[in-house]
Design a protein around this ligand. Structure first.
Ligand code: AMP
Length: 274
């Protein structure tokens, strides 16, 4: 497995591989890899790509000023070992200075799907995500890029960016990997105390309990109450159309229920498509 820290070197290598006819799949991550990330590498392998490039980059541009950029968990050595074992052929681990020139001044903004949900609560977040993913697409020039449904809104925003900016890449979205308890795997779960982890189970439980054909407003209330009762602070509970991310009135099939809630100071997100 090749290890790159330099964007220009990775770009040159990818171009060379493409000229030789190789297909490339990209798995963008922020590292501290868990089984959820590894499932994306497995999905990338299924595309029969010749090269599987995993990027590990805690992207400063997608964090707000009071968010956890500095304390976000990092473990480069473990990530390298996990990628190698999972069958990645290259890993890209740049420093922020290798991605952003001091006078970097171009950003990518998706203006519709990013407006609500996490976009409304984390101003600038999707601008940071779109910018870094666009850069990764230009560096790696992948045939396929794999994202997780765990970040449902992000996957929709990236699909829209790829379509609207004509990136020649197929976006694949892989299902959410959960602990046996139901808790969706996340690098941020490492912040949770045992008690907070127990409270956090209310998130997956409550979204699993939603049935089709109910009034969304009532279900929202019910879920919010259940989350609060478990000791969580609700950031949002929303029922949206899975494609447009616009709010819906009933919990029909194809509707996505999305939750963001704080367990202590840790913000957790989860979702389910009905
Ligand atoms: P992150 O490192 O948290 O930015 O996530 C990198 C990619 O892994 C994103 O596409 C996430 O949606 C995906 N991902 C994170 N957690 C999970 C999970 N539990 N199951 C599936 N994919 C995940």
């Amino acid at each position: 497995m090749k290890i790159f820290n330099d964007a220009a070197k990775l770009q040159k290598w990818c171009l060379g591989r493409k000229r030789s006819g190789a297909k490339i799949a990209l798995v963008p991550t922020m590292g501290y890899l868990h089984e959820g990330h590894l499932s994306l590498i497995a999905a990338a392998k299924k595309t029969k790509a010749d090269e599987i490039v995993v990027s590990v980059f805690v992207n400063p541009v997608q964090f707000g000023p009071n968010e956890d950029f500095d304390k976000y968990p990092r473990d480069a050595k473990a990530d390298i070992a996990k990628c190698r074992k999972a069958g990645a052929t290259a890993i890209f681990m740049p420093e922020p200075s290798a991605m952003y020139a001091p006078d970097h001044s171009v950003f990518v903004n998706e203006e519709r799907l990013s407006a609500g949900l996490c976009g409304a609560r984390r101003p600038g977040h999707f601008r940071g995500v779109c910018t870094v993913v666009a850069k990764l697409f230009n560096i790696v020039q992948p045939d396929t890029a794999v994202f997780g449904q765990k970040d449902y809104q992000q996957a929709q925003v990236i699909k829209r960016m790829a379509r609207d900016l004509n990136f020649p890449v197929e976006i694949k979205v892989a299902p959410i990997v959960r602990e046996k308890s139901g808790l969706a795997l996340s690098s941020r779960n490492t912040y949770l105390s045992e008690a907070e982890k127990e409270s956090a189970l209310a998130i997956s439980r409550s979204i699993a309990s939603v049935e089709p054909g109910r009034r969304a407003a009532k279900e929202r209330q019910r879920i919010s109450k259940a989350l609060e009762k478990a000791g969580l602070k609700v950031d949002y509970v929303e029922f949206v159309d899975g494609a447009t991310l616009e709010n819906v009135k009933t919990t029909a099939a194809g509707v996505c229920v999305l939750v963001a809630a704080f367990a202590g100071r840790t913000r957790l997100i989860d979702n389910r498509v009905l």
